[in-house]
Design a protein around this ligand. Sequence first.
Ligand code: 6PG
Length: 247
Amino acid sequence: MTTKVVPGMLIAVPDAAAVAPEAASRIAKSLLEAIDAHGRASLALSGGSTPFPAYALLAQDARIDWSKVEFFFVDDRAVAPDHPRSNFRMTKATFFDPAKIASERVHRMRGEAGDLAAAARDYASTLGAHVRKSASGVPEFDVAIFGIGDDGHTASLFPGEPTIDVTDRFVVDVPAAGQREARLSITAPVIEQTRAAIILAAGKGKRDALERIWSTSGDVHHTPARLLREVRGSITWVIDKAAGGLG
Ligand code: 6PG
């Protein structure tokens, strides 16, 4: 029996349908706090499938002055922005378009680039130009949304890959592996610098990964999402009972 410690706040919701409204509420709260404190907010978005219903609800939140929010991506797939697998495409459809977000405030990862390493460098420059930095120069997102892969990845930092150990760059290109396309992803230092991390997971397929993440001992190379434990800001887990093993 391993000891589990959930760093931060765990919000267990009854089912997957309940994740979106709870997540939208928590994201809105963190954005409003950041805008109140800094006059602006930076929001980094993950893709996958879990977060999109929350983005659709967030887009309708009339309390938020979206002209004060800059939008970034935690990761994206190495595909064109209109490709079905593009996180940008899905976020544009569920969030940016319904909320009428001005395109100049959306900073997209250029996953379609032929030279992904150059695209990673370019995105790191984008972060440098538009995101407040910590005292040590690391981009500091006010709010960032993370998902958890069934295999224990987060962002596009996958088990057994060296990208989890990259600390001298803020964005990396992640090579394709098996069926998985190449990716662009922010790195551990940027993830850890987040001021308000909101982590979404639903379904029993996430249970094993969350057990490994929440265990007081474990290897981040085996379970990269363990690095979410190191987030310097607030950590909020919005987890349904099937995923959290609390049901
Ligand atoms: C991606 C995501 C990735 C995602 C997890 C969970 O590009 O796929 O950014 O890190 O958050 O894979 O995905 P689900 O939400 O589909 O479970």
